[in-house]
Ligand binder design. Sequence first.
Ligand SMILES: C[S@@+](CC[C@H](N)C(=O)[O-])C[C@H]1O[C@@H](n2cnc3c(N)ncnc32)[C@H](O)[C@@H]1O
Length: 291
Amino acid sequence: MEINRLLKIGVDKIKDRPYSNPVLEAVLVLGELLNVDKTYIYTHGEEKVPQPLVDRFLELMDKRKEGYPIQYLINKREFMGLDFYVEEGVLIPRQDTEILVEYVLDYIDEKYGDSPINILDLGIGSGAISLSLAYYRKNATVYGVDIHDTPLKVANINKERFRLDNVKLYKGDLFEGIEGLGLEGKFHIIASNPPYIARKDIDSLQREVKDYEPIEALYGGEDGLDYYRRIIPDSKKYLREEGLLVLEIGFDQGKDVVHMMEEEGFKEVKVIKDLQGLDRVVSGIKVKELD
Ligand SMILES: C[S@@+](CC[C@H](N)C(=O)[O-])C[C@H]1O[C@@H](n2cnc3c(N)ncnc32)[C@H](O)[C@@H]1O
């Protein structure tokens, strides 16, 4: 069957899905299968597609019709200008998280310039935060921890893909992942985008997220704040004096997380908003006299 005809059948299958861009998605999936880019697909409409690939394409379009995320279908998600490999079992990086990464990149430039620094990322997922920081700031040595195997596997694939030798990845439960490495008091920056969805909000997530993305990357306990309750106090042991703790949060968690950080003695605690004007990141500095 020719590319054009096949695309039309694919688009018809997925055109009623909410949150989708049927033509672009069908083009991306077919491009991935044929190992060619979008432009090739648009300019070679009369070319024949081998039958096994026709069958595979239609299978994938049926999956997409059921809400399976396009990023898992094509094993790709662009984040901070980098093409991350993703697969089922790992959170698809969100554009909102670029707010945190950009904030940290600017902070590094202002405060540390080209001096060597250590960064820790808790809950690496595909490596969105840790690997983009390591990619764009070669003076940083970035440590990353995740408790699950798939994120570690995927982040390692991405680490190889971006040829990063300034990243070290560990398996473990938050700070336990780097216990025994002598890194107490060594981090200039600790960053995390932990699971933060509250129980009451899980059901209202869109189908792509709720049915297919890993729940352990999303669920943050009854009120969504469980991870902040652990990360904020424990981070003081691993941050240097004047080290920065920076956390992604849900849009309605700013007040609570600011309060937690202030209670733990952090200074200059502030909320950074996303492009929609919603609270997205909280940051604060560890003060000298903390334990
Ligand atoms: C919201 S995702 C963030 C992934 C990635 N940093 C990003 O921004 O796309 C949270 C990640 O934390 C990991 N995680 C959950 N509980 C953890 C724990 N106790 N210790 C370490 N990682 C954990 C999950 O496996 C998941 O990869």
